[in-house]
Design a protein around this ligand. Structure first.
Ligand SMILES: *[C@@H]1O[C@H](CO)[C@@H](O)[C@H](O)[C@H]1NC(C)=O
Ligand SMILES: *[C@@H]1O[C@H](CO)[C@@H](O)[C@H](O)[C@H]1NC(C)=O
Ligand SMILES: *[C@@H]1O[C@H](CO)[C@@H](O)[C@H](O)[C@H]1NC(C)=O
Ligand SMILES: *[C@@H]1O[C@H](CO)[C@@H](O)[C@H](O)[C@H]1NC(C)=O
Ligand SMILES: *[C@@H]1O[C@H](CO)[C@@H](O)[C@H](O)[C@H]1NC(C)=O
Ligand SMILES: *[C@@H]1O[C@H](CO)[C@@H](O)[C@H](O)[C@H]1NC(C)=O
Ligand SMILES: *[C@@H]1O[C@H](CO)[C@@H](O)[C@H](O)[C@H]1NC(C)=O
Length: 488
């Protein structure tokens, strides 16, 4: 049984060697739930996803004749988690194409594809509803272009508030894009969520890698207009958005002096602002022109091209892309994010949703974390009372300068209490019923707003700092430790 399998793999990799001149796109190509790396039909290598996510269960689709990439998947049955996140180490400031692929395949035997949400960093991106594609025997994919604002980039799934179904995912791609691509958009404030991308006048296969260096899919599109094939050689590497040269091999056109009307995309659009790019090859000269803009659109879109009166050829269009311009939902301030990441590293047995943005989207903050509602989102409270967490408190906790209550009582925390003198907003500190040791830091006495300090039932030693003991109107609980009450 083993030999044909190996042989098959070897056979499959032949086209890959032929394509070796076009490098695999830089980034992360994940075969979700997969045990080992696979080579997709277009020669791209996909690796297993377990290095980028720590939650979820894996399974495979039982149907025969399913593409290897769609065969395995990861699903998320844990209903207590507010989100399920993949995290990627990336270069800050770079632009990425993120593509999520879903093939339900009745993996759970419920005969009904789940409906759920997708989240990028702190922004709810879209709802995932694969019902129609699945009924037609197809997989579904979603694509968005975003810039990384930190050294990590998170892609999360979450339960939708109107459904009870369990999120799943088949494949995830995070691909570095050249800076020049889609550069008219302000990626500090917006993402581009793909609506349609087409190669006009084509009835052939989808164009993707290796024709498209970034593995973008260009769907064939034909309508009642004249489809034309072109045999001229063009290089598109210098063009805005770097469309694949193959997309210029076909076009939709009209005869001389006639208006060309193309109804595309072939479905109505919801009322929104869109980024639209059209790609044309000048029929008589070897150049390509790109026309791109931002436009409010709604309903069925018609592209109408009127030829100039003196032109002896009809209008022509080769390819098009349309994206919804998605306002980003904000981010937690980096200082707080870094401190929380440090905290997450030094604590064990944390809630599984401690990944992605700690505060956003609002309904999907980390369990136990409460945040401010202002534009610069800050962490204002942390409550993991009796969560069974262990580990130590890092000194970076002192960077959560907006926090007013820190409740970590009833756990198995060990180590010492770090310096918290910078926590100017801290009113309530609960560290009771843990295994903390060492002395009570002097610095607690200078936290200006502190009203409640619960440290009972730990293993603290030494004496109570005078500045803390003498603080007015403070509720200080220290019983059940090994404190000495002599003079300091
Ligand atoms: C998911 O995995 C967990 C831990 O391995 C297991 O306890 C649970 O039964 C699994 N759930 C499903 C629905 O397979
Ligand atoms: C999912 O899509 C199907 C088919 O388009 C639709 O009937 C259904 O209402 C959608 N489900 C949700 C929760 O939006
Ligand atoms: C296209 O370019 C290739 C390589 O540059 C060349 O071999 C071929 O003859 C060209 N074809 C046409 C139709 O110009
Ligand atoms: C916390 O703040 C200090 C001083 O500003 C800084 O050196 C340290 O790197 C910060 N910690 C984290 C995890 O960002
Ligand atoms: C923290 O959580 C515990 C247990 O759920 C609850 O009793 C307590 O009131 C919470 N504290 C704050 C400040 O919300
Ligand atoms: C408390 O600390 C002492 C000295 O470090 C140690 O011997 C003891 O086991 C600790 N007790 C608990 C309950 O952790
Ligand atoms: C307190 O210290 C004494 C003597 O050093 C030790 O025997 C005892 O176990 C300690 N108590 C706790 C709760 O660790």
């Amino acid at each position: 049984m083993c030999i044909p399998l190996v042989l098959l793999l070897w056979l499959l990799s032949i086209p890959f060697f032929i394509n070796a001149a076009i490098p695999q796109p830089k980034g992360f190509l994940l075969n979700c739930g997969g045990p080992e790396f696979i080579i997709a039909e277009n020669g791209l290598n996909f690796i297993p996803d377990h290095g980028y996510i720590s939650v979820g269960n894996i399974t495979s689709v039982k149907k025969p004749d399913v593409l290897p990439l769609l065969k395995t998947l990861r699903f998320f049955p844990d209903t207590a988690s507010r989100k399920y996140c993949y995290t990627f180490p990336v270069i800050k400031g770079r632009k990425f194409l993120i593509r999520t692929t879903y093939y339900y395949g009745d993996f759970d035997g419920k005969k009904e594809p789940p409906v759920f949400d997708q989240i990028i960093e702190g922004t709810r991106w879209t709802i995932v509803n694969t019902t129609e594609d699945y009924a037609n025997g197809l997989s579904s994919y979603y694509e968005i272009i975003v810039t990384a604002h930190r050294k990590s980039l998170s892609v999360c799934l979450a339960r939708n508030e109107n459904t009870v179904s369990c999120p799943f995912i088949s494949a995830l791609e995070v691909i570095y894009l050249k800076k020049s691509l889609y550069s008219s958009t302000d990626f500090d404030k917006y993402g581009l969520s793909m609506v349609a991308r087409a190669s006009f006048g084509s009835d052939e296969d989808i164009i993707s890698y290796p024709d498209d260096a970034f593995n973008r899919d260009w769907q064939p599109f034909m309508d009642g207009n004249v489809a034309e094939k072109s045999h001229s050689n063009i290089s598109t590497s210098g063009f805005w958005n770097i469309p694949p040269a193959k997309a210029f091999a076909t076009a939709i056109t009209a005869s001389q002096a006639q208006t060309l009307t193309v109804k595309w995309p072939p479905f109505p659009l919801p009322d929104s602002i869109y980024y639209v790019a059209f790609y044309f090859q000048e029929s008589r000269s070897p150049g390509v022109s790109v026309y791109s803009m931002e436009w409010p659109l709604k309903g069925q879109v018609e592209i109408v091209m009127n030829p100039r009166e003196d032109m002896d050829v009809g209008p022509l269009i080769n390819a098009g892309e349309i994206f919804q311009i998605l306002p980003l939902g904000g981010r937690t301030v980096t200082r707080d994010v870094k401190a929380m990441e440090k905290l997450a590293k030094s604590l064990k047995n944390l809630p599984p949703d401690w990944n992605g943005d700690p505060c956003l989207p609002k309904q999907h903050s980390w369990t136990g974390v409460t945040c401010s509602e202002e534009k610069n989102t800050r962490i204002i409270s942390l409550n993991l009372t009796s969560f069974g967490i262990s580990g130590t408190l890092p000194k970076d906790i002192a960077n959560l300068t907006a926090i007013s209550s820190l409740w970590l009582g009833g756990n198995k925390l060990s180590g010492t209490i770090p310096d918290m003198s910078s926590l100017k907003a801290l009113k309530s500190l609960h560290l009771e019923d843990n295994k903390l040791e060492g002395s009570i830091p002097q610095s607690l006495g200078v936290v200006p707003k502190l009203q409640e300090v619960f440290l009972q039932n730990n293993n603290l030693t030494g004496s109570i700092p005078n500045n803390l003991a003498n603080k007015k109107e403070i509720n200080l609980q220290v019983s059940g430790n090994n404190l000495s009450y002599g003079k300091e």
